[in-house]
Design a binder for this molecule. Sequence first.
Ligand SMILES: [Zn+2]
Ligand SMILES: [Zn+2]
Length: 375
Amino acid sequence: MAAFSKLFAEQIGPKTCQTLGIHQESCLNHCLKDIPLYLLSNFKYFAPICLLPMLIHFRSINKAKLRQTLKYYAECAVIGGGVGYSVDVLICTLRYLLGHFGYYSSFYCPTVIGGCLYNLASNKTRTLFETSIFQCNIETFLLRRRNFVSRLIADSKYLQTYIFMICSALILQGKYLYNLKGFWFLEPNPKVPEVENSEHSKCQLHPKMSCQHHLVHGMRNYFLLGFTLDIIKALMSRVNVAKDQSKFLAKIKNFRIRSMALLTAYIGIYRFTHCYLNRKYPHMKNLNHIISAFLSGFCYNLYPQSNIFSYALLRIPFARILFPFGLANMVHNVCLRPEYCSPLTFAITCGVTNDYPHVIKHEVQLIKQKIQREI
Ligand SMILES: [Zn+2]
Ligand SMILES: [Zn+2]
């Protein structure tokens, strides 16, 4: 680490934006030219994130919902573009003011300042930004394995499953009891009032259908949702195309059953145990729900994905203060320590900053090879 920052100061520090290859033209020209590129990159990046839920619920879409979704999409892209663009401008400005690229002043400080712009967004957009940034930071924390706790969690899929089960119970219970907003993989069952002296055991969760129907209906819906997500993931993945192969076919071959298995198992265990417990112990509605939300979290073991795990850990109340630092940490790591970044971190950073990190990564790679040769 010390050797790396020392070499960074020697090799990258004295360079200019042009000699480093960040841009060829003058800084002013570069900054003026890049505004539309940043907007375009953000509109492209946020399209599946913001518009996909509308496609999934396309049967219930109306004019008001459509307008709301498009407004949300535009807001995400404009704020994302604003953050990315101001970081870009600040990188040039700080280089100009300080006369060199510093280890922290080249990416970390510009991103902390630029990241504050996200405060201009609405609550919904801010939540989306916070969620993705903290998720990436938790993933980096696990990948770096710097201390005992991160090593223990990163190495044990069973411990991750157990923590995921606790998060699942806490989050679903919060949504069930207090109707908490915010995205979670499952929508909880509707709340049923506690009953005393119930003589015959009945589930009461779904008055219009049988338990079996309720279970099959949920599993079918989440199966389709997971299937759509898996197809989109495959289509968005980067593939190496052989000469005589089409890009589309190569992407289709990349299709993996991931979200589909996870979501179907999650809803399946959740609804099955909840109905079963409600019939067996009709007077303990709250406890029944906690137990089923906890047990259904076991589905994580089917396909342990670090991004899902990190998302589950995300219950940080002081997110607004931490956001610029979380974002800065992410950009700093993507540029200087890419081995500690997950694919999600790369996708977000490159989407928001118009592929900026790719430019710097090459130079950093050269320094690292030099360090290795010296060792
Ligand atoms: Zn510049
Ligand atoms: Zn039932």
